[in-house]
Design a protein around this ligand. Sequence first.
Ligand code: MN
Length: 203
Amino acid sequence: MNFFKLPDLPYAYNALEPYIDEETMKLHHDKHHAGYTAKLNSAIENDASVNKKSIEEILSSLDDLDEAIRKAVTNNGGGFYNHSVFWEIMATKKDQEPDGELLAALNKSFSSFEKFKELFTEVAGNHFGSGWAWLVLSKGKLEIIDTNNQDSPISLGKNPILTLDVWEHAYYLKYQNRRPEYIEAWWHVVNWTEVQKRFEKST
Ligand code: MN
C-alpha cells in the first residue's frame, strides 16, 4: 500500500523569519502536519479501496469512503494535503509580487491586486474558528473562499492556487490572538512564483 509521507519543508525552519517564527514552523510541521499524516495513514491502512489512491483522488471523492473512516480521512487527509500546499506557497525570498497571466487574471477578477489582497485578508480575518482562506480556480474562474477545520477545496471540485492557514496553531506563539497581524506578515512571504505555477497548471 501507499503510505503518505510527511513532505520536508522546502526551506529551513527559520527561513520565514521575522514574519513566521522558527518555533511555530517546527511545531506546525513536525507536530501538527506530522500528526495529520500519521492519522491519515492509520485510517486507511486496512482499506484497500482507498490506500492506493492519490490524496487528490481521495479528497475529491469523500462520499465513496466507508463511513467508518470518512470523518478521519476528511480531517486528516485534508490536514495532510492542505499543509503540503501551504509550505509550497511560501518562500525565503520576501516581498515577491505576482506578474504575467496570474496578475492579469487577478486584476480581471478582483479589479486590482490591491483589491484582491484586501478581500482575501478580509475573508481570512473574518473566518470564525479554525480553518483556511483560499484563492481557488473554479470552473475557470478565480474565487476567494474559506473552509472550516481541514476541509479542502479539492472536495468541492475547486483547485487551490493560494492558501492561508488561520488555525491558532499557525500563529498563536508569535501573535497570540492577533490574527490580523499574522495575516499582514504572511503577505511578505507568499511565493508568487509557485502560486503562478499552480495557476498555470490549473487553467
Ligand atoms: Mn496548520
